[in-house]
Design a protein around this ligand. Structure first.
Ligand SMILES: [Cu+2]
Length: 155
């Protein structure tokens, strides 16, 4: 009789401890899963879902498509942001004097040339287009490989 009472209580205590431990573990797992879900949801948000004032983003990569998207249409006064997602340097330039092929560069009359300089991996460059027209730009190190892009700026 005494042994069954003794045997009963420790088991209850262990079960209680086991339950509390599982509860904490489950809570930790739930927090990690919830955090991962939030991160995934944020990563999947399309650009239009971001604030209206945020720039249109063009991702730069070490292989095709080098600029993604490589052709975009925006309105006058809007900003484009290039982000280097590659593992090597890239750039954005409309400097005709720097281009190996003159066909890779063009700007509407009255527009000033822009050049990001070499952007390291993770680097960003913003440019606000104030003159409407078509811009052809290139990456200084990779123009020959076909790293060129087009921005059409509507009035
Ligand atoms: Cu490049």
């Amino acid at each position: 009789m005494a042994s069954s009472v003794f045997g009963f209580n420790p088991v209850r205590t262990e079960e209680g401890a086991q339950t509390r431990s599982d509860g904490r573990t489950m809570l930790r797992i739930a927090i990690v899963v919830a955090a991962a879900a939030v991160a995934a949801a944020l990563a999947l948000l399309p650009d239009p879902a971001r604030a209206a004032s945020s720039p249109l983003v063009i991702k730069m990569s070490d292989k095709e498509p080098f600029y993604s998207p490589d052709k975009v249409t925006i309105k006058t006064g809007e900003t484009v942001e290039w982000i280097n997602n590659g593992a090597t340097v890239h750039s954005v330039s409309t400097e005709a004097a720097e281009a190996q092929n003159p066909k890779d560069v063009s700007m509407p009359a009255g527009a000033k040339a822009f050049d990001s300089g070499f952007l390291p991996p993770g680097g960003k460059y913003d440019y606000t287009f104030k003159v409407p027209g078509t811009y052809h730009y290139f990456c200084l190190p990779h123009e020959k490989a076909g790293m060129v892009g087009t921005i059409v700026v509507k009035k």
